[in-house]
Design a protein around this ligand. Structure first.
Ligand code: ATP
Ligand code: MG
Length: 586
């Protein structure tokens, strides 16, 4: 379907005054010092994420306001700011009583239950560094990460322990304590472990936060493993300034919002925006303990009166695949802003939002390494579907090129493709990759942090994702970004998702090959294959369009929902699959 290249916004569409109204003026007036001054800071000096996120509110008028609403399989549970303060104090006391000190590492392996949230925030209070893992990880990836991170404590559930951890426990000598959350609140009694609930019940709910400063480590987050072995990105308490500023500008959080971030805390989005940012703004967050289900998700949006929704392209594609009829069974009068992160958001998906939910989807861009949103589409500004928006206040982004001597410098001409780089120094920038100093050093060139993504900036200052430097296809002298090809394929009514790779070719270097999965009601076959080839050629031209298309029931993706093109390629070429620790079970 042909659609205009821009979605115009008007002031009349805004239901609340936008936090970012004058882009140029806000950027010009912005300073990280001013953001820092808006934070409370620890009473005795220093900075701690949990104080900003929880204590500040628990001591003020938000004491009784719901911080989290957990939607369990059977029941709902609301936890207010005051209660969250007491619970996290208890957990900090538990750590202290176990002799876990500042800077030690705690690993978390659990579904999205209240104990997970209490553990993260309670650990911050104790100065303990948190490393959340996906609960769906198998024993291998769990062991690798705990070993690499020299974890002292693991918090998990009885079930996950029995299934995954018991057999690897002997390989983890640094692990001094394992705390288990029992099923249905029952106490656990497994040798070599402690019962979370019992320890919590015995602990005091008064705790003095261990003094941390802005450079003390808070989180160790492993990257998604889309392009290779996951890297452990180290973050500090000072990152909270980015969480605060981006919660304001990128997610447009207002005190009265009901916010739902669908990401699991095993992925950085689920901690920065599933836990920290909404608390900083004193809003109520919805946490769905269940896995994706289209009907359930629409029900949550409707019944929980979600006003700001932060999700990911993979989820949107699944909703699109399920069909618009399910969405239309309900209405979403409270929803006012929808944002997405994690992968390029195909224009088709942006429009789908507008047509089905009544709101376009706002793409934003960041990485585990950046700790928070860097480039974003925000409520007050026009959307160019397919673009990830503009750098937020406090963020300087550029397209950079390396010259013959290896010197990196920004390219000023619009619409030039090159590596996306950020001026180093924003508060949530990673402080290192755990035990991989060399890889970390490679991220920087002079003042610039190099993202490993290719992009271009248009004449109006909007950034467009082209592909990961590793995924870009070189065919007959052209550089082809997979995203462009995938987006064109997604415009076809039969296509639910597409992944594009370069396949080595003696003549042209690489030929473009696409893998697609189909929407319900469409049949894979030769006729459709030819039709898709023709459709792509018409949209993209013969030089860029795929030469080959294969059908798959679904594409391989990471647990954070990203299409793993490197795996499509390895499988196509019969090469080793490499690190598949984050591959979602198909
Ligand atoms: P690894 O570094 O282990 O290969 P990863 O890069 O997928 O994994 P994350 O930090 O979770 O791990 O993802 C960040 C990357 O996701 C970005 O560098 C970019 O390639 C992609 N990404 C995130 N948001 C967007 C977006 N809005 N548009 C395009 N790409 C995005
Ligand atoms: Mg990465």
């Amino acid at each position: 379907m042909d659609r205009p290249g821009i979605i115009r916004k008007s002031a009349a569409e805004l239901r609340v005054p936008p936090n970012l109204a004058d882009y140029a003026a806000t950027r010009a007036a912005f300073s990280w010092q001013a953001v820092r001054a808006e934070l409370a800071g620890l009473p005795g000096g220093g900075l701690n994420i949990a104080f900003e996120a929880v204590e500040r509110h628990a001591r003020g008028p938000l004491r009784d306001k719901t911080a989290f609403r957990f939607l369990g399989a059977q029941a709902k549970r609301d936890i207010g700011y005051g209660e969250l303060s007491r619970l996290t104090n208890r957990f900090a006391n538990v750590l202290k009583s176990l002799g876990i000190g500042k800077g030690e590492r705690l690993f978390l392996l659990s579904g999205r239950v209240p104990e997970l949230y209490v553990t993260v925030l309670g650990s911050f209070k104790n100065g303990t560094v948190v490393s959340p893992l996906f609960s769906a990880f198998g024993p291998e990836p769990i062991a690798t990460r705990i070993k690499l991170g020299e974890g002292s404590v693991l918090v998990t559930t009885e079930l996950l322990y029995e299934r995954k951890v018991e057999k690897i426990r002997a390989e983890l000598p640094t692990l001094r304590h394992v705390l288990l959350v029992g099923e249905d609140g029952q106490a656990t009694n497994i040798p070599g472990t402690l019962d979370f609930g019992t320890l919590m019940a015995q602990a005091s709910d008064v705790f003095d936060i261990v003094p941390t400063d802005s450079e003390d480590l808070s989180l160790l987050h492993f990257t998604s493993g889309t392009t290779g072995t996951p890297k452990g990105a180290m973050h500090v308490h000072g990152a909270v300034a980015t969480h605060y500023a981006t919660g304001r500008y990128a997610l447009d959080l207002h005190a009265e919002d009901i916010f739902w971030c669908t990401a699991d805390p095993g992925w950085v989005t689920g901690t920065s925006y599933g836990i920290i940012a909404p608390l900083l703004h004193g809003v109520t967050s919805i946490v769905d303990e269940a896995e994706f289900d289209a009907e359930r998700w629409y029900r949550i949006l409707d019944e929980e009166k979600v006003s700001v929704w932060y999700t990911a392209p993979t989820a949107i594609r699944m909703l699109m695949k399920a069909g618009a009829e399910i969405a239309r069974k309900r209405s979403y009068p409270n929803l006012r802003f929808v944002a997405s992160v994690g992968e390029p958001l195909n224009p088709e998906a942006v429009w789908w939002g507008k047509e089905v939910l009544g709101l376009p989807i706002h793409d934003n861009w960041w990485q585990t390494e950046t700790g928070g949103i860097m480039i974003a589409n925000t409520p007050a500004f026009d959307i160019k579907p397919g673009s990830m928006g503009r750098p937020l206040p406090g963020i300087e982004a550029a397209i950079v090129k390396k010259d013959a001597e290896g010197k990196v410098s920004p390219v000023d001409t619009a619409d030039t493709e090159g590596e996306l780089a950020l001026k180093a120094g924003w508060p949530s920038m990673l402080r290192g990759y755990l035990h991989n100093e060399e890889r970390y050093k490679k991220c920087f060139a002079g003042d610039w942090y190099l993202t490993g993504d290719l992009a271009r900036r248009d004449a109006d200052g909007w950034f467009w994702f082209v592909g990961r430097t590793d995924d870009v296809i070189k065919s007959a002298g052209h550089l082809i970004g997979p995203f462009e090809v995938e987006s064109a394929l997604m415009e076809h009514p039969a296509v639910a998702e597409a992944g594009v790779i370069g396949k080595p070719d003696a003549v042209v270097g690489e030929v473009v090959k696409a893998f697609v999965s189909l929407k319900q009601g469409f049949e894979a076959g030769e006729a459709l294959r030819l039709e898709l080839l023709g459709h792509a050629r018409k949209r993209l031209g013969a030089a860029v369009a795929p030469k080959e298309i294969a059908f798959l029931p679904s594409l391989p993706r990471t647990r954070s929902g990203k299409i793993m093109r490197r795996l499509l390629k390895a499988r196509e070429l019969g090469l080793p699959e490499g690190d598949t620790s984050t591959l979602e079970a198909g």
